[in-house]
Ligand binder design. Sequence first.
Ligand SMILES: O=C(O)CCC(=O)C(=O)O
Ligand SMILES: [Fe+2]
Length: 211
Amino acid sequence: MIRPFWEKEQVLDDLARRRWVLIENAFDAQFAQALAEAVPWEGRDSALFHQAAIGQQAKQQVIREIRSDFIHWLDRKDPAPVIQYFWQQVDSMMERFRRAFFLPLNYYEGHIAVYPPGAFYKKHLDQFERTSYRQITLILYLNEHWQEQDGGALRIYEPDGSYVDVLPLLGRAVLMQSAEVWHEVLPTQRTRKSLTGWFSCLPMEERFLAG
Ligand SMILES: O=C(O)CCC(=O)C(=O)O
Ligand SMILES: [Fe+2]
């Protein structure tokens, strides 16, 4: 399902040097489909999804002016084969990143995100202000036949203020240094699905709380 793009020197090199990298054909349609079936989106009242919040733990707030997507956190205990399979890939990726970047990564959190028409996520960094646990962001896109007029591009800002727009096309993956890369999701015209997650270095006591 997912081809191991994280084993490719070029991908790791670009992530280190340019701070982000787009990988085409990172995984196939079967994987995306199985994932969509395991966590089906049935609209805003969907029992499996809730409105995304920003910030951490007690400070979490749903602020619709900043982001308006719906999310479903992935659970290691979810028995769906595609989700079990994904967690195996996560472990393999984490090991590779640890070795490649000498980072003591020990935690992954990820969610399926659905942006209904009109939804967006304003310009931000993925690392929280108060803590610096999140190191590497991984986004997998799950949308077939996406076109420019469908909106919903991921806009990635370069240090010089220029930007690159990435359409959320099925099979594409983006890796970013979570603390370095400013980005936003432009308003989407169509329902937009992705799997977004973060590899982190959590201190012991936080790992205990995270379970
Ligand atoms: O879906 C995307 O393209 C990016 C999502 C994002 O920036 C986030 O969830 O932090
Ligand atoms: Fe983000």
